[in-house]
Ligand binder design. Structure first.
Ligand code: SF4
Ligand code: SF4
Length: 416
């Protein structure tokens, strides 16, 4: 692609390494259009400007000095950041990196309508803070406001101090922000599994949001603050105890795995390298896993885009579920986004809901008893419109008894 970048105009907004990266991505795009076939917004809206190639072209124009308009902003806003195009692209284009840059440029020049600015500000002030969002979700549940499907754990998970174990690995179990309020059963299930496998599970008290919401809402400094805070909390454990950071929400997982790339520091790289998806962590223990007693086995698995196109661990989840006896039903257009996409379900309701309807239709085609997924955003979004229960796949598992009896007691720790 021919380029004539206006570097001096870009410099106040972008760092030199971002300009170089954008230039590299733009030069590598050969305009073949293969990516159009798998882009959900292009499929739905049928406009080149709402396709990956069209968005790349619009960002190229911004980099060459053209002033963005509200229309440009809308075309970039409509991207789900699902990264389907990255999986399809034969040239290996990292579209999501270019999109972040394009959005930053647009945000700098175009003032959003006041209602949208206010909505974004409210989201940024509440959603990433566990201590603010969790009480609101619980209040909504008690008032029977259908904004949240709060799922208090109904089962008797083993109390950490009652489980005698031989610690084999140190695990930092990332709590996230909205997940703890909307679906506490996910991390409770994961914690119980890890304890029973003999791992020491830690949850640093001051750990916070992964930063993804701020990052995708073009608030890079706020995102960096969240990232630095988490790195500060985790790095001593990663360095001194070779701890792994396990993240049950794939949206947060893909963000934490990219800390190293986003911050380019040794500390961030170390933390990113320590980040694991539960599927990667549990696979070596496959012979000790089993389906939770009494659970329905007829399941359809919806792999979130962040897991399919970011973490690329979706096939491991399927391998685990099949190996322990679940009947995984086929799903048409498995690769397509469900429309949740973080704040997208709030800011782009119309497209988001159309994608959800299509996804639910595909998921229910073979009458599953349960829909399993790996990200709180998808789980909550799908459950709003589905009578079939939507659960995190971790909730389907338990540990076989009678293997490797534990010998030492280790409580779950809050690191002060
Ligand atoms: S498939 Fe890749 S190279 Fe082809 S137009 Fe899309 S982004 Fe560009
Ligand atoms: S990230 Fe998803 S929605 Fe955005 S251009 Fe790529 S395929 Fe389309």
């Amino acid at each position: 692609m021919q380029l004539n970048l206006q570097k001096s105009q870009l410099l106040p907004i972008l760092a030199p390494h971002e300009i170089n990266r954008a230039e590299e991505i733009l030069r590598n795009c050969v305009h073949c259009g293969f990516c159009l076939a798998t882009c959900p917004t292009y499929q739905l809206l049928g406009s080149e400007l709402d396709s990956p190639r069209g968005r790349i072209y619009q960002i190229k124009q911004l980099m060459e000095g053209k002033s963005p308009t509200r229309i440009t902003q809308q075309h970039l806003d409509r991207c789900l950041t699902c990264r389907n195009c990255e999986t399809t692209c034969p040239s290996g284009i990292r579209f999501s990196e270019l999109l972040d840059i394009g959005r930053r440029l647009t945000e700098h020049h175009v003032k959003r309508p006041w209602l949208q600015r206010m909505t974004i500000q409210v989201m940024r002030s509440i959603l990433p803070y566990r201590k603010r969002i969790t009480p609101l979700i619980r209040l909504g549940h008690h008032l029977r406001i259908p904004l949240a499907r709060y799922q208090p754990a109904k089962e008797n998970f083993p109390a950490p101090e009652a489980v005698a174990i031989t610690p084999t690995e140190t695990i930092i179990l990332f709590r996230g922000c909205v997940q703890e309020g909307l679906a506490p059963a996910t991390n409770q299930s994961l914690m119980a599994l890890l304890h029973q496998l003999g791992m020491q599970v830690l949850q640093p008290a001051e750990e916070g949001c992964c930063g993804a919401l701020s990052h995708h809402l073009s608030a890079p400094q706020e995102a960096e603050q969240f990232m630095h805070n988490n790195i500060e909390q985790w790095l001593p454990l990663v360095q001194e105890r070779a701890a792994k950071v396990v993240i049950s929400a794939s949206g947060c997982g893909v963000m934490i795995k990219e800390y190293g790339k986003l911050l380019s520091s040794d500390a961030a790289i170390k933390v990113s390298e320590a980040a694991v998806d539960p599927a990667e962590l549990l696979l070596p223990y496959l012979n000790r896993l089993q389906a939770k007693p009494g659970i329905e086995k007829r399941v359809v698995f919806h792999p979130p885009c962040t897991q399919q196109h970011g973490l690329k661990t979706d096939l491991i989840v399927e391998q685990i579920l099949k190996s322990i006896g679940f009947e995984l039903l086929p799903i048409k257009d498995r690769h397509l986004c469900c429309g949740a996409a973080g704040s997208y379900a709030i800011l782009q309701k119309e497209i988001s809901y159309q994608l959800r309807d299509k996804k639910i239709h595909s998921l229910k085609q073979h009458q599953p008893a349960l829909i399993a997924t790996s990200n709180i955003g998808c789980q909550h979004h799908l459950q709003q419109q589905s009578k079939t229960p939507v659960v995190h796949w971790i909730e389907l598992l338990s540990i076989k008894e009678g293997i490797d009896p534990p010998t030492e007691t280790q409580a779950c720790s809050e690191v002060p």
